[in-house]
Design a protein around this ligand. Structure first.
Ligand code: PMP
Length: 388
């Protein structure tokens, strides 16, 4: 039963119970239309209102300035890895800064497997990708992806990426549990692009600092199926020259999505609907500032328990320990399977680390109650007493 299961899954994320209950009602009768949200036309006024309200909620929650567009797209964050590169290569504001006869270099900061995948995608499409820093070889932490190396060790294209088309990074690496505690310092002449899939809506963001923010909804603000893209409007104007910028698929074109208010084709109606309900839940609970407070409380409790124990260890260096995905290992690795089994018996589920790194990962997304973390911490102490 949902109310007694503690869901530490890394995504799709836990959703607030009232959101699921309201979604259940909307499944049968959406906005008094007598139709299911799954049956209503995406061009109908009630759905149009829902789209408008959802955009307004995102603008309110993240204080998105008028200089930026808010888009609801499909294909997950992974599709945006390609779309970001295409769109920014086509962007007139960017291309005007560089000679027209060759593609400009793009700078990627690699702090875990998601930023690495994004860099690989840009390279695959023909991008000239410079790796600013690759934290998989961090001499300071001795762990693969165990933190963020000091900025003195980075190699941007030009000072602060001034000679790069854009600088890309991932704010929270979901697999490795590494989160930025600041915005990287880059040249004001470059464009900052950030993947916030797994920590969006968990703290205030100065959106004006970013050219593009992308985030799959299913980590912290909704179900899988809708992806949020926030983009500076002036970047949406494309160069009008197919030699300078080869055409790319319409469905990846942010300019088309923007011109059609995210209704160029049939949008993921149900995912948008549930995100809308989740946004309302966040607004009712104090918005992202409150979410930040909860996240610090929850992750603090868990990191503190790890810190004080002999059995549990966190491989991430302190300033970069994620508030969202708490990754840890057991000093006696053969106890891990037992740990997960015992946790499961106590209805604590989806605690297994990502298949690429193993270990334990407790994801503490916005909808996870503090009581779930208290239950986990109590169990961890009990388990350690049993296997000292
Ligand atoms: N970026 C981050 C930080 C993620 O956590 C994920 C999903 N695990 C992705 C990108 C990929 O998202 P999607 O599955 O929506 O393509």
């Amino acid at each position: 039963h949902k109310s007694v299961v503690h869901n530490f899954g890394a995504g799709p994320c836990i959703l607030p119970r009232p959101v699921l209950e309201e979604a259940q009602r909307g499944l049968l009768d959406f906005a008094d239309t007598g139709l299911s949200i799954l049956e209503v036309s995406h061009r109908s006024p009630p759905f149009q209102r829902l789209m408008d309200q959802t955009e307004a909620q995102v603008r309110q929650l993240l204080q998105v300035p008028d200089t930026h567009s808010v888009l609801f797209l499909q294909g997950g964050a992974s599709t945006q890895f390609a779309a970001v590169w295409y769109n920014l290569m086509a962007s007139q504001v960017i291309r005007d800064r560089f000679p027209r006869d060759q593609l400009p270099t793009v700078d990627y900061i690699i702090t875990g497997s998601w930023s690495k995948k994004a860099a690989q995608e840009a390279r695959k499409l023909g991008g000239k990708v410079n790796i600013v820093v690759d934290a998989s070889q961090n001499p300071h932490t001795h762990h693969s992806f165990g933190g963020i190396p000091p900025q003195d060790d980075w190699s941007f294209t030009g000072p602060g990426g001034r000679d790069a088309a854009y600088v890309y990074y991932c704010d929270n690496e979901t697999v490795h549990g590494v989160e930025w505690d600041h915005i990287p310092q880059v040249s004001p002449d470059t464009i900052l692009v950030c993947d916030m899939s797994s920590n969006i809506m968990s703290r205030p963001v100065d959106v004006s600092r970013f050219g593009v923010i992308l985030a799959g909804a299913q980590k912290n603000m909704g179900p899988a199926g809708v992806t949020l893209v926030i983009i500076r409007k002036d970047l949406l104007v494309h160069v009008d020259d197919s030699v300078v910028c080869p055409p790319f698929p319409t469905m990846l074109d942010y300019q088309v999505a923007d011109a059609n208010a995210s209704l160029y084709n049939t949008p993921p109606v149900f995912a948008i609907y549930v995100s809308h309900l989740f946004n309302q839940w966040m607004l009712n609970h104090g918005g992202v500032t409150a979410m930040e407070g909860f996240s610090r409380q929850k992750s603090g409790l868990l990191y503190d328990t790890i810190q004080k124990s002999q059995l549990y260890q966190c491989p991430v260096s302190t300033p970069y320990r994620s508030r969202m995905n708490v990754v840890f290992t057991l000093t006696q690795p053969d106890l891990q399977a037992e740990f997960l089994r015992e946790a499961e018996k106590r209805h604590m589920v989806q605690l297994k680390g990502h298949r690429s790194v193993g270990g334990i990962r407790a994801s503490l997304y916005n909808a996870l109650p503090i009581a779930s973390v208290e239950a986990l911490v109590a169990f961890m102490k009990e388990f350690e007493r049993q296997y000292p």
